[in-house]
Design a protein around this ligand. Structure first.
Ligand code: BGC
Length: 397
């Protein structure tokens, strides 16, 4: 090889190495028991944050980033709060698009305000009035963290705990958290297991399991913020939404349900036929929209726990990405980022500006432990809690 050929050969090698580094900043994902799983280098992982940015210690436990994949879909999850960090799916032109709001390092999650980006929330997702409920004649007092109410499990909840993680294969991650008797005021040692599976055809399945040693209440959900045009890419008000629900649970000014199941017919809450989020969000005459500062309400799903019946469908106006929601849960909290304020740094240098993401938290109705007419959220020793939600992605051209 002469000197010019040698230099050319060298520069091609360097360029290839640099390209590979950009394409895949995390070819190895490490599990907490320090076994390693190789990711497929043929998949473009450049939208997934660096794994090393998630290697830290919190409460004496190691945090990590796990990358799951199947076909054209990739999902990154950290065991800090069992949080979804990224969901990468193709848009209508086949371009990989990250539709989940998140940070690119674990410090932003541990230090950030209570946004609950991508988190599993528990022991009780959503609000419990005045942080109190009665079970078997005993009154329990919870940590209050949302005015006078308890929200998403209290001060720390499950979203600020480091879960034990085990990557079962390329597409499956299992996370476990044991919540001690009395934690945040809840009775019973509760073991929760959450399994994320990236299925074929761009579906993300979340399985929840739990068991307790004392009578308790629970409401586990995932709090992923979605922008189907790509996280940080502007308003979600032009996303098209269908929610398969004829009724919803109206709230008081502190967002606690009144106990009524009211029809959506003739109100801005009617998404039984698809419309944009923005179409009626500024209906100033609607008191419920005032209380929620926009949509921040629980829908009573017509699917009633039938996972084969669609609970909701959302389409990104620019990307053509469609997300269908299927669930075993009776309710869905539709929240449109009314409290997003641009104060948090997101992946790819983006910010969490006002209403640039929405959540579809599949769950039991808020404040169920205090609402005798709502489906029960009690769990007893010997019972196995089981629930599943699927977010299925596709495209409309
Ligand atoms: C609640 C909102 C809250 C948001 C972030 C949603 O589930 O309904 O009211 O601001 O979570 O905490």
């Amino acid at each position: 090889m002469n000197i010019t050929k040698k230099i050319n050969y060298l520069s091609v090698t360097i360029a290839l190495l640099a390209f590979a580094a950009c394409q895949n900043n995390s070819t190895m994902s490490t599990t907490s028991d320090s076994t390693t799983t190789e990711t497929d280098s043929s998949v473009n992982t450049s939208l997934i944050p660096l794994s090393k940015n998630f290697h830290s210690t919190f409460d004496g436990k190691q945090t990590n980033l796990y990358v799951l994949k199947n076909g054209n879909m990739q999902v990154a999850v950290t065991n800090y709060g069992a949080r979804i960090v990224s969901i990468v799916v193709p848009d209508k032109n086949g371009n990989p698009t990250d539709v989940a709001v998140g940070h690119d390092n674990v410090d932003d999650y541990t230090k950030g305000g209570d946004t609950y980006f991508g988190a599993i929330v528990g022991r009780y997702g959503n609000r419990i009035a005045k942080g109190k409920f009665k079970l078997d004649g005993t009154e329990y007092t919870l940590a209050t963290n949302n005015g006078q109410n308890s929200l998403h499990g209290g001060k720390k909840g499950f979203s600020r705990q480091v879960w034990d993680a085990q990557q079962l294969n390329d597409s499956t991650l299992q996370l476990t958290y044991v919540s001690k008797d009395g934690e945040e005021g809840y009775p019973g040692n509760l073991t929760s297991k959450v399994t994320y599976t990236v299925m074929s055809n761009n579906k993300l399945k979340i399985d929840y399991e739990a068991s307790t040693d004392k009578n308790t209440v629970l409401n586990l959900t995932n709090h992923c913020y979605f922008n189907l045009n790509g996280q940080g890419s502007g308003t979600i008000l032009n996303h098209n939404v269908m929610i398969n629900a004829d009724r919803y649970t109206p709230v008081d000014s502190t967002l606690i349900p009144t106990g009524k199941l009211e029809t959506v017919k003739g109100t801005p809450f009617d998404f039984t036929t698809p419309k944009t989020i923005g179409e009626r969000v500024n209906d100033t005459a609607n008191q419920q929209l005032k209380f929620g500062h926009g949509y921040d309400h629980n829908y009573v799903l017509n699917s009633k726990g039938n996972i084969n019946e669609k609970a909701a469908e959302v389409t990104g106006d620019q990307s053509g990405i469609v997300m269908d929601v299927y669930t075993l849960q009776p309710g869905l909290q539709f929240y449109i980022g009314n409290f997003m304020d641009g104060s948090h740094a997101l992946k790819q240098g983006k910010k969490d500006d006002f209403r640039t993401a929405f959540c579809m938290e599949t769950q039991h109705y808020p404040d169920s432990p205090n609402q005798p007419n709502f489906p029960s959220t009690e769990l007893k020793p010997g019972q196995q809690y089981q629930s599943t939600t699927i977010y299925a992605f596709s495209v409309k051209k």
